[in-house]
Design a protein around this ligand. Structure first.
Ligand code: FOL
Length: 202
């Protein structure tokens, strides 16, 4: 129960909730990626955050960047024989888990837990019961890609379809991540986006 309500989704998505195209990110946004790295890495001295990802997301990360350094990496695949493939030097900090549920055991030891994708893990984690003493997603760090509406073939769920989520203020976002975040619409490589935080109501 230590991990109750400690799951945070981090995602960049278009207005149509597009997150991927052809097994990769549809855009190249170095500053946005730096934000992802900073948010998911920042932890109190002597502690590490954990990044939880599905097998296809693991495969989409360039081998030289995986496992994501200075974070505990958990890759979820139903296939217990799955081979993690080429990776960098930090390869001691990966765990292969066969379900979202069994990954929560490893998660006990971590500081913050981030669900970094992809679509099926976002979907499954958003459906976790919010009562009963198990971890559930109570926060979404959404980078909303406002323009253009990139063509995508992978989508995250429309998390706020039932109006269960509340958009935080920019100050609340900065307080939670622990560093200064640019406010309002950002532009990089002709792409417009905004850093947002949403929390579950009540
Ligand atoms: N969330 C947000 N906000 N933006 C994203 O791009 C994003 N991407 C994923 C999940 N949530 C996201 C999944 N895809 C790397 C590559 C792909 C990826 C996630 C991470 C990656 O290489 N990360 C390095 C940064 C390297 C760099 O600085 O360019 C890392 O150390 O985190």
């Amino acid at each position: 129960t230590l991990n109750m309500s400690r799951l945070t989704i981090i995602v960049a998505a278009t207005k149509s909730n597009g997150i991927g195209q052809g097994s990769k990110l549809p855009w190249r946004l170095p500053k946005e990626m730096k934000y992802f790295a900073q948010v998911t890495t920042q932890a109190p001295v002597g502690h590490k955050n954990l990044v939880l990802m599905g097998r296809t997301t693991w495969e989409s990360i360039p081998p030289k960047f995986r496992p994501l350094p200075n974070r505990l990496n958990v890759v979820i695949s139903r296939n217990k024989q799955y081979q993690l493939g080429p990776q960098n030097d930090a390869s001691q900090s990966i765990i292969l888990a066969d379900s979202l549920d069994s990954s929560f055991v490893a998660a006990e030891a971590a500081n913050r837990i981030f669900i970094i994708g992809g679509a099926s893990l976002y979907r499954e984690s958003l459906l976790l019961p919010t009562s009963g003493g198990s971890p559930f997603v109570d926060r979404i760090l959404l980078t909303r890609i406002v323009e253009p509406d990139f063509q995508c073939d992978v989508f995250m769920p429309d998390f706020n379809a039932k109006d269960e989520w509340l958009k935080s203020t920019h100050n609340e976002l900065q307080d939670w991540v622990g560093f200064t975040v640019p406010e309002g619409i950002q532009e990089e490589n002709g792409v417009k986006y905004e850093f947002q935080m949403w929390t579950r109501k009540a």
